[in-house]
Write a protein that binds this ligand. Structure first.
Ligand code: UDP
Length: 429
């Protein structure tokens, strides 16, 4: 059997104050005909990265809505995850070595997942490329199979995508975060566009006392009474941690008491992370106002929450970004962001800088930070707008609703149910 991840129960009704009674009622309406449907989510890791952040809430809320949902992970070893990281990097546009060795390792390990798969499900949702071959390996398995891609595919490497495409085409449907991510040669009739989401009640996002937030950052060596810039990201080249440090150094020339915290977790399916962490540590040097932390220092969800709330500005200087949960996490707390104009970030910030500053370079990132650090009213306004955008578009309840709509469409075999753009309409305000 694939390892099952334990998911603590949640109550949909508890989300009504944030999402609104009507949103909860709509979910219950959509869920009623799907009662007891067996749902399986499969991904590669139970810890680290956005997918592992979303699945506990989504699975638990599906259960509370009456579905029989579970979450399982594939096993894998470093050689396999080295290849899947190359696939991830290739899909985000990097030139990566991807020859017979790589595809051989991928296929060999994938076959072991196929053998571990057991059970009958009505809907199987396979997240990201690591387990993508499962449908191909199990053509007779029951149920509707959906591939959920969380990656920014705007500049996908043709070789890597070419390898993946036949596996994706075996599915009944695929979910992308944005229409821009769909490759022109993908032959699959049912496509859904669904934005990811954050859980407003999780330890990462729930309201905490300002005093507690102060205590937490102080414990990690940050002065709560001086301005703080923050980036929370895996140590991944696409998150541009060195660019963040460059921007901070430039900001410091204008705002001398500014501090920077870089908080980065290590995901179990990301062997590249340690290498980059060491490089970033060297790059950071011995600046006492620059703090580099990982989950291994004891920075868990509550601590990330505290850091985000204690920041004047949250950075997400990504060069590619499927969505970037950290952006919604900051905005939900009323903190404006300075973030790369890439992938799923503009839909969160607003293409006209409604909730922060979208940037294309280190210089622009630095300028955005200086502008916001010097203007508390502006920060307050952008933060308030950001929180409302997240409330309307990027909470778990909206994500759940969109999954239920897709399940309904697949169950009824009604293609008309899955119009292009389903699940996400550009936020107007
Ligand atoms: N995260 C965390 N601790 C860290 C780094 C990241 O808890 O040290 C969380 C972060 O708060 C967010 C998720 O990991 O919830 C990252 O998701 P995102 O979509 O931003 O990026 P991904 O890692 O999926 O590329």
């Amino acid at each position: 059997m694939l390892e099952q991840v334990t998911v603590p129960p949640l109550s949909l009704d508890a989300y009504a104050p944030q999402a609104g009674e009507e949103a909860i009622a709509e979910i219950r309406r959509l869920a009623a005909p799907l009662r007891d449907a067996r749902i399986l989510h499969v991904n590669a890791t139970k810890f680290g990265g956005g997918v592992a952040e979303i699945l506990p809430t989504l699975t638990a809320l599906m259960r509370d809505a009456g579905l029989d949902a579970e979450w399982r992970i594939i096993p894998g070893d470093d050689p396999f995850f080295d290849v899947t990281k190359r696939i991830h990097n290739g899909l985000q546009g990097m030139e990566v070595p991807f020859g017979d060795d790589a595809t051989g390792t991928f296929l060999k390990t994938s076959r072991t997942f196929g053998e571990l798969f057991d059970g009958d499900y009505d809907f199987v949702v396979i997240h990201d490329p690591q387990p993508v071959a499962m449908r191909d390996l199990l053509p007779d398995a029951a149920g509707k199979w959906i591939w959920r891609c969380h990656i920014d595919l705007t500049a996908a490497n043709r070789t890597v995508w070419g390898f993946l495409r036949p596996f994706v085409e075996r599915y009944d449907a695929a979910i992308f975060t944005l229409p821009d991510y769909v490759q022109p040669d993908l032959e699959l009739d049912r496509l859904a566009y669904i934005a990811p989401s954050i859980d407003p009640l999780s330890p990462k996002n729930a309201l905490i006392e300002p005093r507690l937030a102060e205590d937490v950052v102080q414990r990690f060596g940050v002065d709560p009474h001086r301005p703080l810039l923050l980036q929370v990201s895996r140590f991944d080249p696409w998150k541009d941690p060195k660019g963040v440090i460059d921007a901070y150094r430039s900001v410091k020339r204008e705002v001398p008491d500014v501090q920077l915290a870089l908080v980065g977790s290590m995901a179990t399916d990301d062997p590249e992370g340690w290498q980059l962490y060491k490089e970033v540590l060297r790059y950071a040097g011995t600046d006492p106002d620059l703090t580099l932390l990982t989950n291994l220092d004891g920075v868990g969800s509550l601590e990330v929450n505290a850091f985000q709330r204690s920041s004047e500005v949250v950075l997400q200087k990504s060069l590619r970004e499927g969505f970037g949960l950290t952006v919604s996490e900051a905005l939900w707390k009323g903190i404006p962001v300075v973030a790369g104009r890439v992938g799923g970030i503009p839909m969160q910030v607003g293409t006209n800088d409604e909730a922060g500053r979208l940037v294309d370079s280190v210089d622009e990132a630095a300028a955005g930070c200086v502008e916001l650090l010097k203007d508390a009213d502006l920060r307050q306004r952008l933060g308030a707008t950001g929180r409302e955008r997240v409330r309307k578009h990027f909470l778990s309840t909206r994500n759940l609703r969109d999954y239920l709509s897709l399940f309904t469409a697949l169950k009824d075999g009604d293609d008309a149910y899955v119009p292009a753009g389903m699940g996400w309409t550009p936020p107007a305000g």
